[in-house]
Design a protein around this ligand. Structure first.
Ligand code: ZN
Length: 333
C-alpha cells in the first residue's frame, strides 16, 4: 500500500488492515492509519502518539515526511515501540494545493465546526476529533502525545518554531520540551487562551502533551528540499521507535508568550505595517500596530514581536498576535 498515493486518490476508498512481522495496521478512512506493535505493550508504560500533517492542504513537506514514516513501518523497516495514529488532514485541499477550500480547518476543532455551515472541512474536523478520542480511549492509561506538523506561510526570523496550546496549569512536560529542542526548533510560543486548533483540542479534550510545529516553508509535492527537515524526521523516528532523539538543536530556543491579540472587529481594520513583514518582527513600545475605526492597537511592553499578521480574516477573528519574551523555566513542570 502507498499511503500518500491512496490519500490523494479520488477513487472510492475502502477500509483496509493488515499485519507485518511486528505490527498490525488499520486504515479506517482515507488519510488515516493506525499502528500497534504485535508484541505486548505494558499499558502502564505504553505511549499513544498522534502525528498529523496537512491540516492545511498546501503544507506538503510534513505530509511527505509523515508518509515516508508510514511506508517504513508498513515495510517493517523500523521497529515500532508506541501505539501510533497518523492523520493527514485536509484531503481535498491537499489535492488542489490549497491551504483550505471553504474554512481553515485549524479553526474548527473543539466543536467549533458546529459554528459553520456544514462542508467537507467541518465534517473532516469532526471526524478527526472522533478518531483521536477513540484512539486514546482504547488504551486509557498510556501516555498521550500529539504533534501537529505545519509549515509557515511567510518568511520568519525563527524558521522552525513550536506553538504550545494554552494549558490551565501553565506547565508543560520536560520530556516534550526536550524533544522540541532536539528536533531543532528555534523558538517556542506559549498560547494565552483556548483556541480552535487541533493541538489545543488534543491537549484540552484528550489530555495529550501537544504542540503545533511550524517547520519552515514548503513547496509543491516532490519539490521540497527534505534535508531542511532532517531534525523533525529524526525526532519522529525516535519518538515512534523509542530510541534516543539525535541532537539537532538550534543554538538557542527563546520562549515567547502572547501579550496581545490584534482582533479584526470590523471591515475597517487596517494593519499599520506591510503584511509581508517576517514572523517575529520586533516593534518598540508605543508603535501603532493597527487601527479599527476609532480603535488603535499599540505596543504596550518595551518590545513586542509579531506573528501571523493577516488582515483578510473575517471580522471577529485574529488578525495577528503580539508576543513578549519569557523564561522557559517558568513553564516547565
Ligand atoms: Zn498550517
Amino acid at each position: 500500500m502507498d499511503f500518500l498515493k491512496q490519500t490523494l486518490s479520488v477513487e472510492t476508498f475502502s477500509p483496509s488492515s493488515g499485519e507485518t512481522a511486528t505490527l498490525r495496521w488499520t486504515c479506517p478512512a482515507q488519510g488515516i492509519i493506525a499502528f500497534e506493535p504485535l508484541a505486548f505493550l505494558d499499558s502502564s508504560q505504553s505511549k499513544s502518539v498522534v502525528i498529523s500533517a496537512g491540516i492545511h492542504g498546501n503544507e506538503t513537506a510534513p505530509i511527505e515526511i509523515v508518509s515516508e514514516l508510514v511506508q517504513d513501518f508498513l515495510a517493517d523497516k523500523r521497529s515500532l515501540n508506541v501505539r501510533l495514529l497518523v492523520i493527514l488532514g485536509n484531503l481535498e485541499a491537499m489535492r488542489t494545493g490549497d491551504r483550505y477550500l471553504e474554512v481553515d480547518m485549524n479553526r474548527l476543532f473543539s466543536g467549533k465546526h458546529a459554528n459553520y455551515q456544514a462542508c467537507e472541512e467541518t465534517r473532516r474536523a469532526q471526524f478527526i476529533e472522533q478518531q483521536v478520542i477513540e484512539f486514546f480511549e482504547q488504551q486509557p492509561s498510556s501516555q498521550r502525545v500529539h504533534f501537529d506538523l505545519h509549515t509557515a506561510r511567510k518568511p520568519s526570523f525563527h524558521v522552525r518554531f513550536g506553538l504550545l496550546p494554552y494549558v490551565e496549569s501553565g506547565k508543560y512536560q520536560p520530556e516534550m520540551i526536550d524533544w522540541l529542542r532536539c528536533v531543532g526548533l528555534e523558538a517556542l510560543v506559549i498560547n494565552h487562551a483556548p483556541a480552535a486548533t487541533f493541538s489545543y483540542f488534543s491537549s484540552q479534550t484528550c489530555g495529550a502533551q501537544s504542540c503545533t510545529l511550524e517547520l519552515g516553508k514548503a513547496l509543491p509535492f516532490g519539490e521540497n528540499d527534505l534535508s531542511q527537515f532532517v531534525g523533525i524526521k529524526e525526532g519522529l523516528i525516535s519518538l515512534t521507535t523509542g530510541t534516543a532523539c539525535p541532537d539537532n538543536s538550534a543554538a538557542e530556543m527563546p520562549v515567547y508568550k502572547v501579550s496581545q491579540e490584534l482582533t479584526k472587529l470590523t471591515e475597517a481594520f487596517e494593519l499599520n505595517f506591510a503584511e509581508s513583514v517576517q514572523n517575529f518582527t520586533a516593534f518598540d513600545k508605543g508603535s501603532l500596530l493597527a487601527t479599527d475605526g476609532e480603535k488603535e492597537y499599540r505596543v504596550k511592553q518595551d518590545q513586542e514581536w509579531l506573528i501571523f499578521p493577516n488582515s483578510s480574516v473575517r471580522p471577529g477573528l485574529r488578525a495577528g498576535l503580539m508576543l513578549t519574551q519569557t523564561a522557559l523555566n517558568d513553564w516547565v513542570a
